[in-house]
Design a protein around this ligand. Structure first.
Ligand SMILES: NC(=O)c1ccc[n+]([C@@H]2O[C@H](COP(=O)([O-])OP(=O)(O)OC[C@H]3O[C@@H](n4cnc5c(N)ncnc54)[C@H](O)[C@@H]3O)[C@@H](O)[C@H]2O)c1
Length: 455
């Protein structure tokens, strides 16, 4: 077994790294001595690196805004001297972000933020290029936290989270590390909820940017990204015809709305469940049926939970589901579907297709669980398309640059990125798509602030 650096010295490590990794990559049959050499990564198989590089090249060709920021960052080096620990799904798009951080002068150490979302080809390509990365598909919960610990070995100055597991680890297990962390960023809704709760409790030890809450992230990534990729995950795991099916979407927030729209686009009739009256009303006025889950459970052919809340589907729902019902989740954690309740009703279980477990219940009905109740779009498909991650990760990159510049002057609070940045990023994105929009004339600008102008 290769050993892993625990006592981490970034500069010395950097010098030896390229050689070690290149040798390992080009000569995978390691000698005993080589096996004992310290390395700064743990991935499934370095031999997958070439395939991973192709995936990353493809993603780069679809992420023009982030690539433009990379070119600028190469010259200006806004992250020089920064050590970024990241805990975020290891996808081809994340690799584009990591390479952009490195180009801007940062040292990076990375782990995945979900046991099933790492793309092994991409993690191999990153390791082979010298990125410190601890991520492989299908790791256990213990290994998941071990990977996070390894990224903390290099004593980060910035942290980047998707779900707040890394930052929570710093706060709960290594509060001494927080003294040298300038700030952090958070990618997803559930992570922002956790961090706001920590801040409200006075427990947050450094400032954090809620990247999720930027308009160019939340209103695009969560809606169109989750919408398309969750259906992609359902299709890869089942290959069913969506047309004519009843798709029950748990939660009509950003993600739920996206899933509902894409399911309808493929010919499904959608039932939305909600706990918030305004969201339920929006679903209704969009033309979907709205029901409590207790009623929807008996109607659905496919269930997709997207709430960020636990126990959206529980035992009493499984008791009334149709034979053949398909259930999956696209919320951040795997607590939305109560699999313990399902297990308790199950007499046998088998994997019928990749990412698709058939549970045969004691009464003979079969229920199909996709991706073990974890994020179906990342575990059974490839996560969000690159085009939408272009904006999310441009926000991530700019938030880290801002923290590197100003973080020391910020309070230990959860901040949002400035609203003007959304307009700038959206304009850039439109430009890359060849779309022009109108500008206000001088007269219109004057009109906008003229309260005396009426009928
Ligand atoms: N799959 C992905 O790649 C992906 C991408 C972005 C966000 N997420 C995750 O998806 C989840 C939802 O994110 P969002 O941005 O849509 O949040 P959101 O706050 O916009 O929407 C969540 C909705 O769920 C509703 N809800 C809460 N509890 C419910 C319950 N028990 N039953 C029915 N509805 C309920 C809320 O009222 C809200 O309208 C979060 O966990 C987030 O981190 C996943």
């Amino acid at each position: 077994m290769a050993t892993v650096i625990h006592d981490f010295h970034p500069q010395a490590f950097r010098r030896s790294l390229d050689l070690v990794v290149r040798e390992r990559y080009e000569a995978p049959n390691l000698s005993e001595k080589e096996k004992e050499m310290p390395v700064n990564y743990k991935v499934a198989d370095l031999k997958l690196a070439d395939a991973g590089r192709l995936r990353i090249d493809w993603a780069e060709s679809r992420m023009p805004v982030l690539m433009a920021l990379r070119e600028k960052g190469k010259k200006e080096q806004p992250l020089k001297g920064m050590r970024v620990a990241g805990c975020l799904h290891v996808t081809k798009e994340t690799a584009v972000l990591i390479k952009t951080l490195v180009a801007a002068g940062a040292e990076v150490s990375w782990s995945g933020c979900n046991p099933l979302s790492t793309n092994d080809e991409v993690s191999a390509a990153l390791a082979a290029e010298g990125t410190s990365i601890y991520a492989w598909h299908g790791l256990s919960v213990e290994e998941f936290y071990w990977c996070i610990e390894r990224t903390l070995d290099f004593k980060p100055t910035l942290t980047l989270d998707d779900g707040a597991d890394l930052i929570f680890n710093v706060h709960s297990k290594h509060p001494e590390l927080a003294k040298t962390v300038i700030g952090g960023t958070e990618e997803t809704t559930t992570g922002v909820h956790r961090l706001r709760a920590m801040a409200a409790d006075g427990k947050l030890l450094y400032p954090v940017f809620a990247v999720n809450d930027s308009e160019t992230k939340w209103d695009f990534d969560n809606v169109y990204g989750t919408g398309q990729s969750s259906l992609d995950g359902v299709l890869r795991a089942t290959s069913i015809l969506i047309a004519g099916k009843t798709v029950v979407v748990g939660g009509f927030g950003h993600c739920g709305r996206g899933v509902a729209e894409r399911a309808r686009g493929l010919g499904a009739s959608v039932v939305a469940t909600e706990i918030k009256p305004t969201q339920a009303l929006k679903a209704l006025l969009e033309g979907h049926r709205v029901l409590p889950m207790d009623q929807a459970a008996a109607l659905g052919d496919v269930f997709v939970t997207a709430t960020g809340m636990k126990d959206v589907l529980v035992g009493r729902h499984f008791d009334v589901m149709k034979d053949g019902a398909i259930i999956c989740n696209t919320g951040h954690y795997d607590c939305e579907i109560n699999l313990k309740d399902l297990e308790a009703r199950t007499k046998s279980k088998r994997t019928i297709r990749p990412n698709n477990e058939e549970y045969t219940l004691k009464d003979g009905r079969r229920i199909y669980v996709l991706a073990q109740g974890r994020l179906v779009n990342l575990a059974a498909a490839e996560g969000h398309p690159s085009e939408v991650m272009d904006m999310s990760f441009s926000n991530q990159y700019l938030a880290l640059c801002r923290l590197a510049r100003d973080g020391k002057n910020l309070e230990n609070k959860v901040y949002e990125l400035p609203k003007e940045l959304d307009q700038e990023l959206a304009l850039l994105k439109l430009g890359t798509m060849g779309v022009n929009i109108d500008k206000l004339t001088a007269e219109q600008i004057a009109y906008a602030s003229d309260y005396s102008a009426g009928t």
